[in-house]
Write a protein that binds this ligand. Sequence first.
Ligand code: PLP
Length: 409
Amino acid sequence: PFVASIVPQAPEDPLFGLMAAYKADTSPQKVDLGIGAYRGDDAKPWVLPVVKKADDLIRSDPELNHEYAPIAGLAPLTSASQKLMLGGDSPAIKENRVTSLQTVSGTGAVHLGALFLSKFYRTVYPSTAIYVSNPTWANHAQIITNVHLPVATYPYWSPKTRGLDIDGMLSALESAPARSVILLHVCAHNPTGVDPTQEQWKQIAEVMKRKAHFPFFDCAYQGFASGDLARDAWAVRYFVDLGFELVIAQSFAKNFGLYGQRAGAFHYVSAPAAEAQDTTKRVASQLAILQRSEISNPPIYGARIVAKVLNDPGLFAEWEENLREMSGRIISMRNALRGKLEELGTPGTWNHVTDQIGMFSFTGLNEKQVGLLRSEAHIYMTKNGRISMAGLNTKNVEYVARAIDKVVR
Ligand code: PLP
């Protein structure tokens, strides 16, 4: 038989299906709370002014060409993104124990990390699984499974408190086999919007150190969560200070608004040791082979924009301003939504809307309520009750609050 004859129909990607349904809806009142991309108060995509400026500068260069990037990507991008992630004065950078590759955005970085671990970590620790939070970004499990690593989960969201289930998380880390790989969202956890506090991060690090677990950080929202780049990267820097060997997947999709440009980086950090420089070099050589065999070399355009901004102090300061605008608008929408719901006396508590951070909020709405919001009010969100705060604006927040109020009663 033809190969195709034994290929089963795959289910549609739920998020992309949701986008299509929203597009097809002709109601003028429709609201898209599914979208994982920033929107301005006018509900339109926003090109960051600093990105526009860097783009113009790059385009005006008469020497601009479209040659291949090196296998590891553009050096000005990888070196600046290391500093952005780990801090300019990071001991790991000074001691040459970080190696970085430019990747196909955050997804490509998660994939490269998983592929690397499946090839090398598993040979030493064959029973290793990658533990992901329950719930997590929908793509994590399939990226990990694609490279034939087992996926396990640790508790994260507590439906009762609509916050972090820290006890459940800590005890799962405690009972996982030693040297497990633990995938952690650095900030603005997707889909819940719930991040550990710094005190909780310290508890997480303590168990992980004792159990010799391997941290795999996914950082898709640095600067987008609090508006402060260092604060959003705090957890990674803390783990590096504790001397962990770890990896980081870094995306520039959200914090630069460069979604379709696929700009990102993967970082491997060796633990401090006399031979750390050598082991890091060896890791770099293997990562280069994995990269070469899969994509040869990464895409250049978005990376040029990011590199330009990160390496120019004036543009960098403007970028921080743009980040504060995005995160500030989102935080103000959290306050507005909670305020309206409380004003309406909507049953339940709504403090979690403002306690959570970043692009998403896990509202606690159930599948039936989500369905009603869609059929009755043309408001679109994922079935798990996750809303994208970026879809709210001063014109629709009251409409959304009233609709939520109606389905909750
Ligand atoms: N990781 C998390 C937790 C995400 O939410 C996302 C995007 O939604 C990504 C990684 C990767 O995004 P991209 O590949 O667009 O950089």
